[in-house]
Design a protein around this ligand. Structure first.
Ligand code: HEM
Length: 424
């Protein structure tokens, strides 16, 4: 089924023909991929609480509504009552490891189960541990850019944006550097956890990657139990709260989730940020003239073009939003990217302003599921963009990438070729 949907999405012409069925929102149109903000703008100003029959979901595009849903426990990440998830649950029941990865990870758990798991991980995944990575990350970015410097050109996504987050997570967890390539391959399949319509091989490839990842981590966990080191894996094993600690299944599912949640997201943020700079030369100059602006610039990149455009919640009890009745069991999609450009929240929202001081964007979500890795993602992006601008102040490239990711959820360019010197 999943494989069929992935196949269908690759056949764009069919989806274009089916456009009337989608009403005001067809996420599969090439123009939506090129400029999703035009779609969000139109929806927000005409029907901010929109029922998409084709997707079987409500779409919310106003900042206040999105914030409300993310904070209100009436909207849950436990989608086990949603018909599609019931089907997934039935199909995966015979494979407990796989079903744990899909149904019992931080992103899908809610209530006390989520609070317990999140509390334990947060004891290990601390801001101090992330900040300590800074010198390693600076070294990694320099190394990746050294290779590009030799050729005077690079393909940003392949050469920097994709490798950096995988290496960062591997370093954080304490994975030997020789195994990083395997991590990248698993991540390419596990991305379906974030967006089921991504990936190439349907649920079979997701299942295979899950088992391979678990087979890899099991002996590593045993080794760290016997001889703890100063890494996240050892810290997660040691984490304890109210006499409870993380089970082996929790640790395995978490390792996979951290890999996938931290990879595609950060890679696409870096891609979107460089495109934003190419398209806004005066803001680029502003950052080059004042490198201390980098932290604020990264917040603005997150607001302006977030790599995760939307997320969803299931409704526990009937309720009303914007005068529309929303029923128990229905799915509500909150469009983070639309909220980030709501003119009622951010003045002149379509303008990239790297000095903007209001950083209350929703790119990392909000409430109990607020992104666990936000600090790491910001640190990586600050170092990547800051170093690129410092080492290659004249870099240039096309303002339109060769292609955009084919995804409703993940926003980012497939490839961004850059010339690093004026004469390449
Ligand atoms: C620019 C980069 C990133 C963006 C835009 C991003 C975005 C998000 C968003 C929107 C959520 C909430 C989803 C929801 O409420 O349904 C989330 C949750 C999460 N993120 Fe990130 N993320 C990024 C990077 C990272 C990194 C680097 C890691 C870890 C290495 C990470 C780990 C997680 C985890 C574990 C959760 C689940 C938290 C929970 O449910 O309690 N993310 N992220």
């Amino acid at each position: 089924m999943l494989r069929f949907l992935q196949w269908l999405i690759a056949r764009e012409r069919l989806l274009r023909l089916a456009s009337p069925l989608f009403g005001r929102f067809n996420p599969f149109l090439p123009q939506h991929r090129r400029d999703p903000h035009a779609t969000w703008r139109a929806l927000r100003s005409t029907e901010p609480v929109y029922r998409s029959r084709a997707l079987g979901a409500w779409l919310l595009t106003r900042y206040d509504d999105v914030l409300h849903v993310l904070r209100d426990p009436n909207f849950t990440t436990d989608r086990s009552d949603v018909p599609l998830m019931k089907l997934v649950s039935r199909l995966t029941r015979k494979d407990p490891e796989f079903s744990a990865m899909i149904e019992r990870n931080l992103l899908t758990l809610d209530g006390s189960d989520h609070t317990r798991l999140r509390g334990l991980v947060s004891k290990a995944f601390t801001p101090r541990r992330v900040e300590r990575l800074r010198p390693q990350l600076e070294g990694i970015v320099d190394e990746l850019l050294d290779r590009a410097a030799e050729a005077s050109q690079m393909e940003l996504i392949r050469d920097l944006a994709h490798p950096l987050p995988v290496i960062a997570i591997a370093e954080l967890l304490g994975i030997p550097s020789a195994d990083r390539a395997r991590f990248r391959a698993w991540s390419a399949d596990l991305v379906q956890l974030l967006d089921p319509l991504q990936g190439r091989g349907g649920s079979a490839s997701l299942r295979r990657a899950t088992h391979e990842l678990y087979a890899y981590f099991r002996p590593l966990l045993a080794e760290r139990r016997a001889r703890p080191r100063d890494d996240l894996l050892s810290a997660m094993i040691a984490a304890e709260e109210n006499g409870e600690s993380l089970s082996e299944t929790d640790l395995l599912a978490l390792s996979g989730l951290l890999l996938v949640a931290g990879h595609e997201t950060t890679a696409n943020l870096i891609g979107n940020a460089v495109l934003a700079l190419l398209r806004n030369p005066s803001e680029r100059k502003r950052l080059q003239d004042d490198p201390d602006l980098i932290a604020s610039a990264v917040e603005e990149f997150l607001r302006y073009d977030p790599p995760i455009q939307l997320t969803d919640r299931a409704v526990r009890e009937d309720c009303e939003i914007g005068g529309r009745r929303i029923r128990k069991g229905q799915l509500v999609v909150v469009v983070l990217a639309a909220a980030n450009r709501d003119p009622d929240r951010f003045p002149d929202p379509d303008r990239l302003d790297l000095g903007r001081t209001d950083h209350h964007h929703l790119a990392f979500g909000q409430g109990g599921h607020f992104c666990l890795g936000s600090q790491l993602a910001k640190l990586e992006t600050e170092i990547a963009i800051g170093t690129l601008l410092r080492r290659f102040p004249d870099f240039f490239g096309n303002t339109e990438p060769t292609a955009w990711r084919r995804s409703m959820i993940i926003r980012g360019p497939e490839a961004v070729p850059l010339c690093l010197v004026p004469t390449c």
